[in-house]
Write a new protein. Structure first.
Length: 89
């Protein structure tokens, strides 16, 4: 149980970082600091869960969790940024 909570916290943090990195690199889809962080945290949690499910609960270890969560956070931030940009037209 304690390992699962630690894994979730790491997923949320790395997802937020991934969302902010994606926002810095892809400025036209950026949602601002708070928006990038929020989308990244949600995407990181989802990315960590999906990766864990694909690899039978191990999630590829700690590095796999970090990578999956960071990428998940970045992807969700970009998706939300694209939707926001389309709605603004």
């Amino acid at each position: 149980m304690e390992g699962e909570i630690t894994s979730l916290i790491i997923s949320l943090i790395t997802g937020g970082i991934g969302g902010n990195i994606a926002g810095a690199l892809l400025k036209k889809f950026s949602l601002g600091l708070l928006g990038n962080t929020a989308a990244g945290v949600i995407g990181g949690g989802l990315g960590g869960n999906i990766l864990g499910s694909l690899f039978g609960g191990t999630g590829g270890g700690m590095l796999g969790n970090i990578a999956g969560s960071g990428v998940g956070g970045a992807i969700l931030m970009v998706i939300v940024g694209i939707i926001k940009k389309m709605l603004a037209k």
